[in-house]
Design a protein around this ligand. Structure first.
Ligand code: GH3
Ligand code: MG
Length: 503
């Protein structure tokens, strides 16, 4: 059994045609069937009769005068047309009560009724007389409902894949089900006993060019009715309107102006017909109204997007300013944490931390690191003679000198009070000693002016080095250089002493 036969055969999830439909269809099969007998069957259901009359009187059928009773309906519309209207109501009713979580049966039927109205209006626009336009346009997608009811999960997978891939619905259906909703709908209606004039056009409504010649025109109308209802129930009204206008021109030479009127008329007239199908309709706006609203919305959006751009620029400027301020604040913070406030040199804490990491680096890379430490000689005397402020200026002068003359790779710090220390990366003891001698000499040669009073300063220097061949700790190196410096003090100040080994 083919997958489609499987779907149709004994599937309890599919609705079966109600008794009244069976009676009508049985009657139609007889050669000598009379419209009088059709009237008897239909009028046994007063609600159905009322609906048929209301539909016959709707602007969709454009009757020259009011259809007041069933016989007039048969006389004016023709027996076949009335029978098709009756079947349209009956069949749509069997599906209307169905529910499906993520599947919107309500939308399917609203769209189907809109297609039926569209089909009817297109037919009258091109002057085509056919009793089958309304019912075939209405039931064209009945296969979708049947496929969903029979294999819910698979059909939800179809809808998901269509959304993701953007492929045609029919081709995704064929991939997952091995048949599409044209075949499913057509076969179901055939199985229920509907005439060939109804089920055959449905089989070709997406591909009228493949339909038998006699029904090609009808298939084109169904296809156009589907595309027209997509203006109101598909995604992308403007794109769909453009598509249906092209189709209406190519298939029926309906020009753009008439096509627009037709598209608008479908919205107006479908509300009336929807209510006869017991489908709630909220005044469907015409395509022109949709377009107008969209244009207004677009201009509002344009204005708000310009405002947004301005606001964005302002916000960005604020954020940039804030980021710049934050950077300055961070730099300050870093400086407070690492630098000495008086001299601008690195502080004791920063130096100690750096010394540890620098020694590790030197050990890993087998490099030398030297340290120069010096203390201002008789500094107390400066404070005492010229005041604390003058002492500060002297300390600042030393700081400026060190900042100006140190290599970028050196770490010059105020170690505390009148004590300074310099770390020289990748520098052996002798290099550091030469550098210490230079600082010592230059410091001694500088004359500091304080309120017209000139005075000079000297320092006592100690030099020690880390030799990668004789590893030592941070404390050992600090002690070594401290010792060297005190040697200079003890030897008479204003000099450089070198300490080579840990005592
Ligand atoms: P020595 O040659 O033995 O080093 O003699 P000294 O007078 O320099 O003695 P010492 O180094 O022990 O004294 C340092 C003095 O520096 C003590 C303190 O009053 C002064 N001092 C420490 N910090 C500051 C400062 O920030 N500003 C000023 N003006 N003086 C400071
Ligand atoms: Mg001192």
């Amino acid at each position: 059994m083919s997958p489609l036969e499987n779907l149709l055969k004994d599937d309890v999830r599919l609705p079966s045609p109600p008794l009244i439909a069976v009676r009508i269809l049985d009657l139609v099969k007889r050669d000598n069937f009379s419209f009088h007998r059709l009237g008897e069957i239909i009028q046994a259901d007063p609600a159905l009769t009322g609906r048929i009359l209301r539909l016959a009187n709707s602007s969709c059928y454009a009757m020259p005068k009011k259809v007041s009773n069933f016989d007039t309906a048969i006389a004016m519309l023709g027996g076949n047309a009335v029978m098709n209207i009756a079947l349209s109501f009956i069949i749509s009713q069997c599906f209307q009560g169905k529910r499906g979580d993520r599947f919107d049966f309500g939308l399917l039927w609203r769209r189907s009724v809109t297609s039926a109205v569209a089909g009817q209006l297109i037919a009258s626009e091109i002057g085509m007389k056919s009793d089958d336009v309304f019912i075939t346009s209405l039931l064209q997608d009945i296969g979708i409902g049947a496929m969903f009811l029979s294999r819910r999960e698979d059909y939800l997978a179809v809808l998901d894949e269509k959304t993701v891939s953007g492929c045609m619905l029919s081709s995704v259906e064929r991939k997952i089900f091995e048949f599409d909703h044209q075949e499913a709908g057509s076969s179901l209606l055939k199985m229920w006993g509907l005439p060939e004039s109804v089920y055959l056009p449905i089989l070709y409504h997406h591909e009228p060019e493949n339909a038998p010649l006699a029904i090609q025109h009808l298939c084109q109308i169904i296809q156009a009715s589907d595309q027209l209802s997509a203006v109101y129930y598909g995604s992308g009204s403007v794109k769909n309107a453009h598509r249906v206008k092209n189709l209406l021109w190519n298939s029926f030479q309906i020009d753009e102006g008439r096509a627009m009127q037709l598209i608008d008329a479908v919205a107006q007239k479908s509300d009336e017909v929807l209510s006869q199908f017991n489908i709630q309709s909220e005044n469907t706006p015409s395509f022109s109204e949709i377009l107008q609203n969209a244009n207004e919305e677009l201009s509002r959006l344009n204005i708000s997007s310009q405002t947004l751009i301005i606001e964005y620029r302002e916000a960005k400027q604020k954020a940039d300013k804030l980021a710049a301020e934050l950077k300055v604040a961070n730099d300050k913070l870093r400086s407070v944490v690492c630098r000495d406030g008086l001299t601008g040199l690195y502080n004791h804490r920063f130096f100690q931390e750096s010394l540890g990491s620098e020694l590790e680096f030197a050990e890993r890379n087998r490099l030398s690191v030297s340290v120069i430490m010096f203390d201002i000689d008789n500094f107390k005397g400066i404070n005492d003679s010229y005041g604390h402020h003058c002492g500060d200026l002297a300390l600042q002068a030393v700081g400026n000198y060190l900042l100006r003359t140190s290599r970028a790779s050196d770490i010059a710090a105020r170690y505390g009070g009148d004590e300074f220390i310099i770390l020289l990366r990748d520098t052996p003891l002798e290099g550091a000693r030469i550098r210490a001698e230079t600082i010592c000499d230059e410091l001694a040669s500088v004359s500091i002016d304080y309120n017209g009073v000139q005075f000079g300063i000297t320092g006592s220097f100690g030099v020690a080095a880390y030799d990668p061949r004789v590893p030592m700790t941070r404390t050992e190196l600090a002690n070594l250089v401290d010792k060297a410096m005190y040697e200079s003090k003890s030897k008479g100040r204003n000099r450089v002493s070198v300490q080579r080994e840990i005592a």
